[in-house]
Design a binder for this molecule. Sequence first.
Ligand code: SF4
Length: 406
Amino acid sequence: MVVESLHPQDSSLPTVSVAQGNGAYANTRGALEPVDLSMIRGKRVLLKPNAGRVAAPGSGVTTHPEVVAAAIDVFREAGADVAIGESPIIGVQVQEAFETAGITSVAAQRDCPLIDMDRRRFVEVAVPDGRVLHSLRVCPEVLEFDFVVSIPVMKMHMHTGVTLAVKNMKGCLWRRSKVKLHMLPPIAGSDEKPIDVAIADMSSILRPSLAIIDGTVGMEGLGPSAGQAKPVDVVVASADAFAADAVACQLMGTDAGRIPHLRMGAERGFGVIDLARMRITPDNWRDWISPFAPPPENLTIQFPNITVLDDNSCSACQSTLLLFLKRHKDRIFDYFPSQSTINIAIGKGHTDLPQGTLCIGNCTANLREMGIFVPGCPPVGSQILSAVSGEPAVDGRDNRMDDEKP
Ligand code: SF4
């Protein structure tokens, strides 16, 4: 395992604490109250919130800054040296994401360092027991800090069911290497989705030392970025990220056994999702269950004049396209003046497409001659706009820096 766990080695019964109703800062302190932090005195602690996208507090997209503030304060009071790190999705600058999320402000007030984990070169880490992954490019800080704390937002996810503390560690993968998890071929003889198996594989080496799940404002529906904000005012903490995720699932009205990456990871012994095998405090935590709406199954429902031809795409292209359409669905028809319906293709399963289709992402490259092709995996919204408008796009730095040495 890459990082040290705060879960006592002599205990097979993980504890999970839940705090609700007192706001982000107090809930976080409340949830951390029962956690034994004696091990972190004099150690370096890396906080890994979800600041992978540019979104304001209260949007349900990024971790609430007061949760991060409380974590800094609690770990410092316990004697740790604390920093905050993130490797965002492609096309997002981490400084802008931290700033917009309000994390820059709370960090500055506390003189807490912010780390762009994409600045330095990756460390290639083997995944010895991986089923679909055999190595990962990990941001070097993950190996250098003594403890890593995953601080995700409580969200539904259109491809993985939920995204919580286990999956949030994907933001410790270096730059574009995150996309590797979305580019895997189907698993022969299995109905399992490669992305689910890949997250379980990742958790064999990238389990956090501690999970703090921010349900101040979660996201229901079309998570991880295009759903509806869901205020719940709850925080969950545990040294077993799988146990924390399992309790969060219950609070969201679902069951971890129905979330493939959590079920598979638990079956492989990476954590506990069986509620009967954990201690959850306080006793009345179920009073705070507030079911989240699941993701809709078809993007075209929301855009009747736009036909999305989706064949085996992944959430990265779906989210990118959905956000693009939300912003530009009226303006986009200006670029297709002779069409009453626009066809947009995403995913790797297409063998034919109507002439004039807007082909989004590298997966559609084989049919690029059918219309307008937008390269990328996934492309960012500005690239799509550039392709249809003919105006230049601003490239993400990833394309320029892939081969740079530290
Ligand atoms: S091009 Fe899009 S659908 Fe294909 S792997 Fe990349 S992000 Fe996923």
